[in-house]
Write a protein that binds this ligand. Structure first.
Ligand code: 2RA
Length: 353
């Protein structure tokens, strides 16, 4: 019997990308594909790989006979339902934050720690946060060769990381500032948004994003850290298997719709040249090297959005720090950053038996 895949949250933003990924795969290992969503979306019909599938309402019995269940739902829904799916015999692959730091739940990026899919005492495997995921394929490859010791991350995060509300807000703000002479007097962008009827408190972001960048992503944690910055630190350590990796991150929201970028300062145990790093990236099938600044070649979000790989450019040897590389990395936060990596884990579960 070919295994059964369930997608929980099939009608949401990430679930829809997962269906697109399934549609575009040359082959898939699945027999049945089951689509599951809230009662509100149940009954909808969605065509997957040429077959019309009726969306089922989330309930314990929909997991009967499911081999792998991918969860693309909010933390609290995963926290309640991933254990239900596991209790009914499915392996739950969870894209929420509910289980990522649970020591009994592996946090997997197949290019880095694929074997960890088999270490799942709770029947649950977690998918990392999109900011961490945007850099893991590149960093994992370098770590295998040179031994990563310290990591400083500055992120440039797209608004779709905050969901459809983030995308809608950016478009509304852009419409409100378009064609106006703004950005040279403090507060003029805020005034233009207010004049257009956009209320700051209604935004998923704490400040205007049009003609601006906002040094904040996530919720407030101890000592002024943003949750997104803490996730980068904790998740990088867990995925790479370096519990004492020194990590410091500053996460920034930018007016980009989809694709997170990160500027990395990575310190290694061994000396590493740019040519060696290029060779490592060229040998990694899921990394695309775009590094020819003399010809204006480096990744930018709007040039790589919609792609599956991790795009790397601007690789430089730090002038004042030994064994250290600087680089700029872009990854689609909805694909590798969410749906694609979750799906790759699901296929890895099948191939690992
Ligand atoms: C963001 N990383 O970009 C988050 C989404 N999980 O807001």
């Amino acid at each position: 019997r070919r295994p059964t895949l369930a997608i929980v949250g099939a009608t949401g933003a990430v679930g829809s990308v997962m269906i697109d990924i399934l549609d575009n795969r040359e082959t898939v290992p699945w027999g049945e594909i089951r689509l599951i969503a809230s009662a509100r979306s149940a009954g909808r019909k969605i065509t997957v790989r040429g077959e019309e599938i009726t969306v089922l309402a989330l309930a314990p019995e929909v997991f009967d006979g499911v081999d792998v269940a991918c969860f693309d739902v909010p933390d609290e829904v995963s926290a309640e339902w991933a254990p239900v799916a596991a209790a009914r015999g499915a392996v739950a692959v969870d894209n929420s934050g509910a289980f990522r730091m649970d020591p009994e739940v592996p946090l997997v990026v197949p290019e880095v720690n694929a074997a960890d899919v088999s270490k799942r005492p709770k029947g649950i495997i977690a998918n990392p946060n999109c900011t961490t995921l945007s850099m893991m394929a590149a960093l994992g490859a370098l770590h295998r060769e040179f031994g990563l010791r310290e990591l400083v991350v500055s992120s440039y995060q797209a608004v779709s990381g905050a969901g459809q509300a983030g995308v809608d807000r950016l478009y509304a703000e852009i419409a409100a500032v378009a064609g106006k002479d703004l950005g040279s007097r403090a507060g003029d962008v805020r005034e233009a948004l207010t004049a257009a009827g956009l209320v700051q408190d209604d935004s998923p972001f704490p400040a205007p994003l049009a003609l601006n960048v906002v040094p904040w992503a996530g919720s407030l944690k101890d000592d002024g850290w943003a949750s997104e910055e803490i996730k980068v630190r904790n998740e990088s350590r867990k995925i790479l298997g370096i519990p004492d990796l020194k990590v410091s991150a500053t996460c920034v929201r930018v007016p980009v719709v989809t694709t997170h970028s990160v500027a990395l300062h990575a310190v290694f145990d061994k000396p590493v040249t740019v040519a060696q790093a290029h060779a490592v990236f060229e040998a990694q099938p899921t990394v695309v090297l775009m590094d020819d600044p003399a010809n204006g070649i480096y990744p930018t979000p709007s040039d790589v959005v919609g792609g599956d790989p991790t795009y790397v450019g601007r690789v430089r040897q730090a002038l004042d720090f030994p064994n250290t590389l600087e680089m700029f990395v872009c990854g689609d936060n909805l694909r590798k950053g969410a749906a694609l990596n979750t799906y790759e884990i699901a296929e890895q579960v099948v191939s690992a038996g």
